[in-house]
Design a protein around this ligand. Structure first.
Ligand code: UDP
Ligand code: MG
Length: 310
């Protein structure tokens, strides 16, 4: 008998624990026929509501339901990593608890791997309906910038909903970095991925955990984790300004020799000084971003801490 591990990261999702399970079980008969069983792992990412007790209730009902409970909120990326480490399945799938990732697609994903020979099947939403327009605009800018800057392909609208073969999972687990940006990691490992598309589905119950600011910082993390071009940008700016300064020096020497030195011009000097110091601080900031990520990486802190496991 084959096993599919279903990973469900949960942060304050008490209303969705049972709904998700019930929705997933609608696909059970399809898999039973093919001699495939489920293992459902809820990863509680430091929820402050009744998520843990809901999962425990579910475990009483069905012992294929497991729980990994973190000691605090470590973020969805850490939850995914923990789930991948614990998953025993021949195939592993990640889904959001809020039913934005429809379990009804699972049979189609499964056949793509088993019959068509893909290593993973990923999903992307082709619309962003139900999302604030400003957020969609920034998201599109992020993806186009990211794909210009990074060699790793990052697909616009890709969700974390993905069914993977054991080989693909092991490849991801071999990337033990602390600053985890899944969308990049999935692209980086390669293998054959089939993309399924669907219209955006709005969250069933509860609220999104991503504020605009959180998403913005996440986007920056992604750029820093998968591209070093901001560093080259700093060097290029430096070279440009050196060149400009050199030209100006020549101009001033020649002009002084020809027509003497008119003493006016300190306002322009102030402007130039503030421009250059601004550029210097910007570049220092870019270097600082990479340094801080390196610092966190070098410390080798655990990606998550488990408080309880069932
Ligand atoms: N999530 C998590 N830890 C976090 C934030 C979110 O495990 O710190 C989970 C959340 O419970 C949900 C999934 O990640 O199952 C996606 O979160 P959400 O629906 O809030 O994001 P959105 O769909 O709005 O991008
Ligand atoms: Mg959601």
């Amino acid at each position: 008998m084959e096993l599919i591990s279903v990973l469900v990261p949960c942060y304050n999702e008490e209303e969705n624990v049972f709904d998700f399970y019930n929705e997933l079980m609608k696909t059970e008969s399809y898999f039973k026929e093919r001699d495939v069983d489920f293992e459902i792992i809820y990863i509680n990412d430091g929820s402050k509501d009744g998520t843990v007790s809901e999962v425990k209730k579910l475990h009483e009902q069905d012992e294929r339901v497991h729980l990994i409970s973190f000691s605090r909120n470590f973020g969805k990326e850490s939850a995914i990593y923990a789930g991948l480490q614990k998953a025993k399945g021949d195939y592993v799938v990640m889904m959001d608890a809020d039913l934005q990732d429809p379990p009804a697609l699972l049979p189609e994903m499964y056949t793509a791997i088993v019959d068509e020979g893909y290593d993973s099947v990923a999903t992307r939403r082709v619309s962003r309906k139900g999302e604030p327009p400003i957020r969609s605009w920034f998201a599109r800018r992020f993806y186009s910038l990211m794909n210009k800057m990074s060699k790793t392909e990052i697909v616009d609208g890709a969700r974390d909903y993905r069914l993977m073969s054991r080989q693909f999972v092991d490849a991801i687990l071999s990337m033990e970095e602390y600053n985890r940006f899944s969308k990049g990691i999935f692209g980086w490992v390669g293998f054959d991925t089939k993309w399924l598309e669907y219209e955006n589905i709005e969250r069933q119950k509860g609220e999104t955990k991503w504020s605009f600011w959180k998403l913005f910082l996440y986007a920056l993390d992604g750029i820093i984790a998968f591209s070093t071009s901001p560093l080259s940008f700093a060097s290029i700016l430096g070279v440009l300004f050196c060149f400009l300064a050199f030209v100006l020096i020549v101009v001033i020497i020649v002009r002084t020799a020809l027509i003497g030195d008119p003493t006016s011009g300190w306002p322009s000097l102030v402007c130039i000084i503030s421009l250059i110091s601004g550029v210097q601080l910007l570049c220092l900031g870019i270097v600082g971003q990479y340094l801080s990520k390196t610092y966190l990486e070098v410390k080798k802190r655990p990606i998550y801490l488990v408080k309880e496991e069932i």
